[in-house]
Design a protein around this ligand. Structure first.
Ligand code: QV4
Ligand code: CA
Length: 508
């Protein structure tokens, strides 16, 4: 126990666990595959005003172009160099976006692909987003430059050169992940190139990184890389602020590599969170919402201060990576809104909201399908409809009223304890966050009709799920909290959204 506390303390002293969100903001949105120009506009017109704390952007560096003009989304996980021209836009557009988002209080977190370059079958030529020449066969990437000396093939011991067994940690770190040319991060030269890339972005004003495929890199190697990163740009961040690091390690248990090897270096993606929450809201495996009274560490998740949590991500929403069939996505909107609402109401972890594009579920290649595109393969802009939803195949879950308003809820209750739990021993539960917010769910097949202690000051509050506060009235349900903190809730199981949430700022 004492060792644990010591480790936790050392972890925080690195400060790479802190997302450095501005003005008490608390949630990140992944604007998957959005163009920089659209993200800049979204920061100014929506994310800033609605209190989002940051955006995870798709990899901004030079990447392979696969099967032009069809172009799967995953081409961006195959780097060709660290030049900053990508499917999302140019370096100038990237810089403009970072500046404009920071100026309205929204951080940018970069998806950093540093474990590998493109697939071994990537061919030879200038088919990259920056038009850089490369040869996958000869492992020659002159725009970095990397040569065959900078890859791990001599270290990998499998016959195929691929990761064949996730039970062998040497294979997982030293061999190729789905054919991707594996960088020798033990080399000071390779580390230097990666550090230069990340530092350039830090100097431009980004607040941190999602580190892709972290499981596939030795903790000792990435530790050296993180240690050489600059502090954040003092134009927007306090002096001595270290970049926020959250590492993609899929650990559902049962593999050779544990998330525990990475938590001292930064936060880690808690993949159990969405898998379990999906089971709970789907009521699979005999799970019930009432069992979530000790949600978080009580469910065997990593320590609160180490976790980055999400209901779905860009992989598991389409069956890539791990996670499984329980994962909830925008395709199941009713349960999805409740699950995201639950995550945002609950204090555990740094929360990330997914913002997706639709794909063709009827086709076998649908899960590979890239973002909404023009006939030349370029990504379409995100048009905003008059009702504030998005058009052209962009789903924009973050603009769904229930989700947007719960991001606001999380900010309002920030720092308040989980409190006033109630359940019906089935799938109706309620909990508060100190005296700042209260939420009630009905995921049973019958009505909820109950008077609960909310812990909130007396008054009339607008439910932020069925509507919200506009001026001096509620556009949806109204909840009256009495002088004793108690309020009556009634939620029919047939409602479009069978949950209710109120907070200090939704009071009339
Ligand atoms: C194919 C064959 C291989 C063969 C290879 C030869 O399948 O067996 O060796 O050709 O060249 C794409 C294709 C894949 C192809 C590969 C190389 O889907 O079929 O291999 O390219 O050409 C994304 C996608 C992958 C995609 C990859 C690169 O999900 O499908 O592969 O990008 O474009 C594990 C990891 C975890 C990882 C997860 C998906 O532990 O780290 O798998 N998650 C992250 C990202 C994810 C990304 C990568 C890692 C790789 O979140 O989006 O993979 O950067 O769980
Ligand atoms: Ca590796």
């Amino acid at each position: 126990m004492r060792l644990f506390i010591l480790l936790a303390f050392v972890g925080f002293s690195f400060a790479q666990h802190n997302p450095h969100m501005k003005n008490g903001r608390t949630a990140i949105v992944h604007l998957f595959e959005w163009r920089w120009a659209d993200i800049a506009a979204e920061c100014e017109r929506f994310l800033g005003p609605k209190g989002f704390g940051g955006v995870q952007i798709s990899p901004p560096n030079d990447h392979i172009i696969v099967n032009n003009p069809w172009r799967p989304w995953w081409q961006r996980y195959q780097p060709i160099s660290y030049k900053l021209c990508s499917r999302s836009g140019s370096e100038a557009e990237l810089r403009d976006m970072i500046t404009r988002c920071n100026n309205v209080g929204v951080n940018i977190y970069v998806d950093a692909v540093i474990n590998h370059m493109c697939g071994s079958g990537g061919g030879e030529g200038t088919h990259s987003s920056c038009g850089s020449w490369f040869s996958a066969g000869r492992k020659d990437f002159p725009s970095v430059p990397y040569s065959s000396l900078d890859f791990n093939d001599n270290k990998c011991k499998t016959g195929s050169g691929e990761i064949e067994n996730y039970g062998d940690k040497y294979q997982v770190r030293d061999c190729r992940l789905v054919g991707l040319l594996d960088l020798a991060l033990e080399k000071d030269y390779v580390r230097g190139k990666v550090v230069d890339y990340m530092n350039k972005l830090i100097d431009m004003g980004v607040a941190g990184f999602r580190v892709d495929a972290s499981k596939h890199m030795w903790p000792g190697d990435v530790s050296v890389v993180y240690g050489r990163l600059h502090n954040l740009n003092t134009k927007w961040f306090a002096g001595d602020s270290k970049p926020f690091i959250y590492q993609e390690v899929i650990d559902l248990g049962g593999e050779a590599i544990s998330y525990k090897e990475y938590v001292h270096l930064g936060r880690v993606t808690e993949f159990k969170y969405g898998a379990k929450l999906g089971n709970v809201f789907r009521r699979w495996n005999n799970e019930k919402l009432c069992y979530t009274t000790n949600w978080g560490e009580g469910w065997g998740f990593m320590a609160d201060g180490n976790a980055l949590v999400f209901v779905d991500n860009h992989d598991n929403q389409r069956g890539h990576g791990a996670g499984g069939s329980s994962i909830l996505t925008f395709w199941d909107p009713r349960l999805y809104k409740m699950a995201v609402g639950y995550m945002l109401a609950h204090p555990y972890g740094v929360a990330r909201v997914m913002s997706s594009f639709r794909w063709d579920r009827g086709s076998s290649t649908g899960t590979d399908q890239g973002p909404p595109s023009n006939s030349d393969g370029s990504t379409k802009p995100v048009p905003i409809n008059s009702d504030q939803t998005c058009g052209d195949g962009w789903v924009c879950e973050h603009r769904w009223r229930q989700i947007t308003n719960m991001v606001g809820f999380r900010n309002v209750v920030n720092g308040q304890p989980h409190s006033n739990w109630w359940d019906n021993q089935s799938n109706q539960v309620a909990f508060g966050r100190g005296n700042r917010g209260f939420i009630v769910f009905n995921n049973d097949d019958w009505n909820l009709d109950v008077t609960l202690n909310t812990g909130m000051p007396s008054g009339t509050y607008c439910d932020i799920i069925s509507g919200q506060k506009e001026g001096s009235r509620c556009t949806g349900k109204q909840i009256t909290v009495g002088g004793d903190g108690r309020a009556h809730f009634s939620i029919s199981n047939s409602e479009e959204d069978p949950f209710v949430a109120i907070h200090a700022d939704s009071k009339l």
